[in-house]
Design a protein. Structure first.
Ligand code: ATP
Ligand code: MG
Length: 432
């Protein structure tokens, strides 16, 4: 049984008996000396076997262990200033727990960097690389920070169905599935359900959830299966309260990532925690873009190129990487978005380093207005009766947002989205 991880093998343990376990990272045979580098989730430890003093069965085990085999080593810790970390383990017994076949499907010693497809095809092995496992350790800390921020701000975590009967937003970007004798879809977001919960009295809810999006993207920042933190809160005065919850949440997530000092060191990355999220209006954003040579017609969405340029301008001229674009034209937002004049809506996107990480808004809570907006957007209220019912018998003012976890990870670590998702689903990839 393992008694220590590699990270716990320190010179101070000199003379102590330990059992370490993990993968054979490397073997070097110098004739009189054999070095075996064992890797586990914390790093590496050198196992040093001297031909004259070591048991024959130990030497035999080292000879028969192929690279990436799983072994368990019982031995004594020895201080040695020439060993990595000034410490090594002198083996007394080595058990081969699982012999790895060869050749290996990819190299995990970082000497050769495999292409992303080979890596994703062999993800179980790719994650053995310390720089890849570091990403998922950080991801776990970031998600935990998100939950803990929301929990301590009075939100409760809910789970809503991912198999649904009709589109949440009337879009066509849904994956159809067969549900016994009916047609059904994978949910593109928990939007309608979390809003219905605002009529339940629970006031503040969130879900860490999947979004399924059937869009044929081929970009660094889109996948077809997405993870997100989806939040809704009631009894708000306007969208400002929603903005401040999102700001608090995102800052906590960035702080949690920035605190992963060891993992960021392995990844050779630094994360700067912004002090706050700046605020821009959609009209101001368009003016700033126009001043830098990018014209967007009023009422159009800001395209990828525009978002990127705006990210650069905000960084150079206002020294900020995190900012809201508020007050979007009503016509580019979904039917449930609260208008605040003929043309504008109480909606926003949160941009981080020139990429959208979240969209949100105050929602319509008046039944009549909601039905009117559906009709204006050519949606049939009859298809949404289960949702509309929740607005007939007491629905408080409310708002919320969806924040992409994958997007946050990719922007914090400045990596393409496929790097921060264990088993990404995209236009061409359905396995593993
Ligand atoms: P975009 O305009 O960037 O394609 P969107 O406006 O379609 O995104 P929303 O419906 O607003 O996305 O979803 C809320 C959040 O979920 C986004 O801000 C983003 O963080 C994340 N998200 C949505 N779609 C995707 C996707 N296909 N891949 C990765 N993340 C996504
Ligand atoms: Mg959006």
């Amino acid at each position: 049984m393992r008694t220590h991880y590699s990270g716990e093998i320190k010179p101070e343990l000199d003379g102590k008996e330990v059992t370490v376990a993990g993968w054979v990272h490397e073997i070097r045979d110098l004739g009189k000396l054999k070095f075996l580098v064992l890797r586990d989730r914390e790093g590496f430890v050198q196992i040093t076997a001297k031909k004259d003093t070591c048991d024959a069965t130990v030497l035999k085990a080292i000879d028969s262990a192929s690279r990436e085999s799983v072994i368990e080593v019982r031995g004594r810790v020895q201080k040695n200033s020439r060993a990595p970390g000034s410490v090594e383990v002198i083996p007394e017994n080595i058990s081969i727990l699982s012999l790895a076949q060869s050749p290996l499907p990819m190299d995990v010693t970082l000497k050769v960097d495999a292409d992303i497809d080979t890596r994703l095809n062999n993800r179980f092995m790719d994650v053995r690389k310390p720089d890849v496992s570091a990403i998922f350790t950080i991801r776990s800390k970031v998600v935990r920070a998100a939950r803990s921020y929301l929990d301590s701000n009075g939100f409760i975590e809910i789970h809503t169905p991912k198999i649904i009967a009709s589109a949440s937003e009337g879009g066509t970007n849904l994956f159809p599935i067969s549900y016994f004798d009916k047609e059904a879809f994978l949910a593109q977001s928990p939007q309608l359900y979390k809003q219905m919960m605002m009529a339940s009295g629970l006031d503040r809810v969130y879900e860490t959830t999947f979004y399924f999006r059937a869009e044929e993207h081929d970009t660094r920042r889109h996948l077809n299966e997405v993870t997100a933190v989806d939040v809704e809160l009631a009894f708000i005065k306007d969208e400002e309260e929603v903005l401040s919850v999102l700001e608090g949440l995102v800052l906590e997530m960035i702080k949690a990532a920035a605190a992963c000092v060891k993992e960021l060191g392995i990844l050779k990355k630094e994360i700067t925690v912004p002090e706050k999220a700046e605020r821009l209006t959609y009209d101001e954003a368009l003016e700033m873009l126009a001043a830098h040579g990018k014209k967007i017609a009023w009422g159009e969405d800001i395209d990828t190129e525009g978002e990127k340029l705006l990210g650069e301008v905000m960084k150079n001229e206002r020294s900020t990487e995190l900012y809201y674009i508020k007050d979007y034209p009503l016509k580019v937002r979904p039917f449930y978005t609260m208008p605040f004049s003929e043309k504008y809506s109480r909606s926003f996107d949160l941009e981080y380093k020139g990429v959208e990480v979240s969209s949100g808004a105050q929602r319509i809570n008046d039944y009549g207005l909601l039905v009117d907006r559906m009709k204006a957007l050519k949606l049939d209220p009859g298809n949404f009766s289960f949702y509309l019912d929740a607005f007939k018998y007491g629905m408080p003012p409310h708002g919320g947002f969806g924040l992409g976890i994958d997007r946050m990870m990719m922007q914090m670590l400045e990596l393409p989205i496929r790097e921060v998702v264990l088993f990404p689903r995209d236009r061409h990839r359905l396995t593993p």
